[in-house]
Ligand binder design. Sequence first.
Ligand SMILES: [Zn+2]
Length: 498
Amino acid sequence: MNLISIYIFFPFILEFIIKYILGISEWSVIIIAVLMPITFFILFSLLKHRIKILKIIYLLIAYLPISINISHILIFNSEISCGAFMSIFATNISESIEFVDHVMSKKIIIFGLLYWISFGVLFFYSRELRFKAEKYKKTLITLFVILYPIFCFGDQRYRFPFEKVLFPYIEYHIDIIKNKKILNNRRNFVFHDIKSYIDKNEPELYIIVIGESSNRNHMSIYSNGLKTTPYFDSIKGELQIFDKIKSKYCSTLKAIKHIFLFNEKFENGDIITLFKQAGFKTFWISNQYALENNENITSIMATLADVKVFINKAHYRPKLASNYDESVVNYLRKVVLDKAKKKVVFIHLFGSHFPYAKRYPKNFDVFKSEKLDKRSREIAEYNNSILYTDYVLFKILNVIKNQDTNSYMLYFSDHAEDITDDPKSPHAHSDDIRTEEMFNIPFVVWLSPKYKSLNNDFMKWWNIHAECCPVDILHSIIDLSRISCKEYNKSKSIFSMK
Ligand SMILES: [Zn+2]
């Protein structure tokens, strides 16, 4: 073995060892760890170009992607995939800084240093790029040609490192182009047979609060643990607390798509357009960072609404502290004063999105960790963010409670977060990891006295212990808002589950 062979094999072998130690390795990974570097070895030896350029190419196709993948494995115990890339690219600078801040650990820094130092040493001291086993060349090339397509089209886990990075990136950009096209053609969708069960002269004010990463097992209205939801606890009798509902996904973009689009497809129509065609004025108030150019589903939905407000400006200047969720309340007060008779308001909170400590002001720093380590501190901070969300919901409810209108407030989370002191708990949410805890969302409904009196018959059938797994939030919102159309399916609504 000369240094150049170590240079070629090093990233693959390291990736294999780490996967093997962490128990996410399979037999086929051994083949990849051997076959892929040999392939590069052959390809390089066939080319008669300068060695330095080949080594740089190798840096881009093996070292860099593998280091990204290993980092992902060390943080989340799973390989990087399309979903992870979607989340990385679909954020802005400030969210990315927060993300790096959240996941950075000694483990990652030590790995990064050792990896790139090894790369540097091997790069400078390996001189030749020569493949000596001439007689095996043909056999190896044949093997590669046969085996590679099997791996390539079989499962993305077995692809070349650079493909793992490049393909999802291309997919993501195709998605953006598709989204823009859809937005331009959006007026084409017309819902059929729209009906409302509420008189057309009766004012309606419906508030749908979409939480972020909140796990119901951390809320005291759902469990007997810490008093994290004192406000909700105090009005428990006024709330409908659905306790068996699971989200369908555990990443924001997929979850939002599921909540807002019929069959998760733009071409089948969306709930904002349905509300508009049913005679509602639609509002979108968000404290999450805005993405320009309608780059993702959340910003497209906001754009579809009659009025959209993105309060949080911190993404323009990452050093600026981001707003706390209670700032949505001032905007909600303006909505209440709006003259439209029928209004529906979507409020998108920052909720418990990591880094948790940034989601609440100092006076909500109530729960402290007994131990000093990062993980127990994170759990305490997460609970503080839940405590703060409870306060925000109290403020929101106070605004609509003062109105003697037919109204409801629905609160749920797009997905939950897996955050426990179990050493295996990733303290995150991701569709690549998908643990049980990531689906345990809260789903709470408050109803005004007027709503109750107008919808007595409808409410008779509600079962808060119904298992609707996963819940179809879109059809449930339509049901709760007392409208219907041909595209709506009552049997998918949680309010119709026995
Ligand atoms: Zn989310």
